[in-house]
Design a protein. Structure first.
Length: 166
């Protein structure tokens, strides 16, 4: 068998040129405990309040408690799929849902994903779930009664239409 150096070097050059050299750095954590839809995760020191986390099996969660050494996460999926020791990845995105006319008449889950079998939602905009409420001056005050249709309730517990800050 004859050694062909030029052919071997050509093959090596092709392999080197086709090699993907990109890298990514992801902050990951480990599930310490899970139960009742809440997970405690160690190792996510840079997690933000309201940030979405990716758990195994496609389960997602939202960071609620930022504590020294671990974070408390509300699981937005089947918590029976998550177990102690699972790896959790940060998404670096705050929880948001699609908004607009495309949402009218649709049935969605807590993540804003359709569960009504009518296909994907073609919303042009997403908004964060947790936003600061407008101040008392910007709100429309209680200006008219809102009738429930039950005279007993309307007479004993009057309900006003509008908003006010207590």
């Amino acid at each position: 068998m004859e050694i062909r150096a030029d052919e071997i070097s050509r093959i090596i050059r092709e392999q080197i040129q086709g090699h993907d050299t990109s890298t990514s750095v992801e902050e990951t954590g480990t599930v310490l405990t899970v139960g009742d839809g809440i997970a405690r995760v160690y190792g996510l020191s840079k997690a933000m309040a309201g940030e979405m986390l990716d758990f195994p099996h496609g389960v997602r969660g939202m960071v609620l408690n930022l504590e020294e050494g671990n974070v408390g996460v509300a699981l937005l999926g089947n918590d029976h799929l998550i177990k102690e020791g699972d790896i959790v990845k940060r998404s670096a995105t705050i929880m948001s849902v699609p908004v607009g006319d495309a949402m009218l008449g649709r049935v969605v889950n807590a993540l804003g994903e359709p569960i009504d079998g009518q296909g994907a939602i073609e919303a042009s905009e997403r908004r964060p779930v947790e936003v600061k409420a407008p101040g008392i001056i910007a709100r429309k005050s209680v200006h008219e009664p809102m009738l429930t249709g039950l005279k007993a309730i309307d007479s004993m517990v009057p309900i006003g239409r509008g908003q006010r800050e207590l």
